[in-house]
Design a protein around this ligand. Structure first.
Ligand code: NAD
Ligand code: UD1
Length: 309
């Protein structure tokens, strides 16, 4: 049995990852519950610490006593828009806490098997070269994207410079069960689900022509586990579906799937919002990984989950 630390493990992707790992691993989670929820992990056997990853003495103690084989670093303020409003506070979580953990591992020669950092498609920005390959030019346009890019580079450099087995992934737009819909900064499909279910009005920022590469969370979790076990280190993988969908189009598909109509109110685009996003996933395919969930199937599964709450 391996020992696994998931920071941000009570959040959306982290809790889905914990569910997938818990049968064959000893899982420890640190999450301050700023976005995550205890209910996301209350049905599985994990050790949970409700704590801030920016508290370095707590993290150092945990790392030193935990004897972790794998560390999945997901704790972050995950909203791009929130980082535009609170650049310094989000920086402490999204970059400094990551570097502090890497540095503790280095200084204490902790014998980990893999440190995996979760970066973002946000690092690519708005250059008009699509689909985005991992070696495309980056253009981090927001504090969130800047911190993700810097942390991803630190992660990779800690392998190149110090031999620590690290890898980074850039998620595109992940959706599915356990994403918290209750903040204005929540992921768009969690907000759409809630509005559809409760007949609330959805605020559409911009005209809905902005595109994203939406990927179902189960595919993401499987890709994370596969990448963490690869012998390679010091590299970055896109994790996405490889399909470009406009916000308006996914809303229309979701309306068909749910059999309901979304009430929409339009507002101006959000500051720093990206207009187009689509991934080249050939690097992921080369390691034998194919996303299995189509948009319609993923939305159907998500909608039945949502109705069951
Ligand atoms: P999420 O907000 O559900 O998960 C992040 C978790 O980190 C939350 O549970 C939150 O409570 C926790 N957290 C925040 N600040 C913390 C702190 N100071 N100390 C401890 N815990 C803290 O978001 P998610 O969608 O599950 O994202 C997971 C990771 O993937 C994040 O790093 C995010 O930036 C990245 N990512 C997500 C997406 C996406 O589409 N959801 C896309 C690209 C990258
Ligand atoms: C999302 C993730 C971010 C990740 C990035 C990678 C969240 C909260 N954000 O950011 O962590 O790094 O993908 O691509 O998970 N919108 C509305 N109305 C709303 C909410 C959103 O119109 O109520 C619009 C936004 O303006 C944006 C689009 O929907 O144009 C997607 O927004 P969001 O889900 O926040 O995703 P990203 O900003 O792409």
């Amino acid at each position: 049995m391996s020992k696994v630390l998931i920071t941000g493990g009570a959040g959306f992707i982290g809790s889905n990852l914990a569910h997938a790992l818990v049968d064959n691993n000893e899982v420890v989670i640190v999450d301050d519950l700023s976005m995550g929820k205890k209910e996301n992990i209350s049905d599985i056997d994990v050790t949970f610490y409700q704590h801030d990853v920016c508290d370095s003495s707590f993290m150092h103690r945990l790392l030193s006593e935990g004897h972790f084989d794998y560390i999945f670093y997901l704790a972050a303020v995950s909203s791009v828009a929130d980082s535009v409003v609170r650049p310094l506070e989000t920086h402490l979580v999204n970059q400094e806490s990551v570097l502090d953990t890497l540095e503790y591992i280095r200084q204490n020669n902790l014998p980990i098997k893999k440190f995996l950092f979760t970066s973002s498609a946000a690092v690519y920005g708005n250059y008009p070269d699509f689909p985005k390959r991992e070696d495309a030019r980056v253009q981090p346009l927001t504090p969130y994207a800047i911190d993700k890019y810097a942390s991803e580079r630190f992660t990779i450099d800690y392998n190149k410079l110090y031999g620590i087995p690290t890898v980074a992934v850039r998620f595109f737009n992940v959706y599915g069960p356990r994403q918290n819909p209750n903040s204005p900064y929540s992921g768009v499909l969690s907000i759409v689900s809630k509005c559809l279910k409760n007949d609330d009005t959805f605020v559409l920022y911009g005209d809905g022509s902005q595109t994203r590469d939406f990927v179902y969370v189960e595919d993401v979790v499987n890709a994370l586990i596969k990448i963490s076990h690869l012998k390679i280190a010091s590299t970055v993988f896109n994790i996405a579906n490889g399909k470009e969908t406009s916000l308006m189009s996914i809303i229309n598909t979701y309306e068909t799937v749910s059999g309901k109509q979304l009430k929409v109110k339009k507002e101006d685009s959000r500051n720093g919002d990206i207009q187009r996003s689509i991934a080249d996933i050939s690097k992921l395919k080369k390691i034998g990984f194919e996303p299995r969930w189509s948009l319609v199937d993923g939305l159907q599964k998500y909608w039945s989950y949502y109705l069951s709450l």
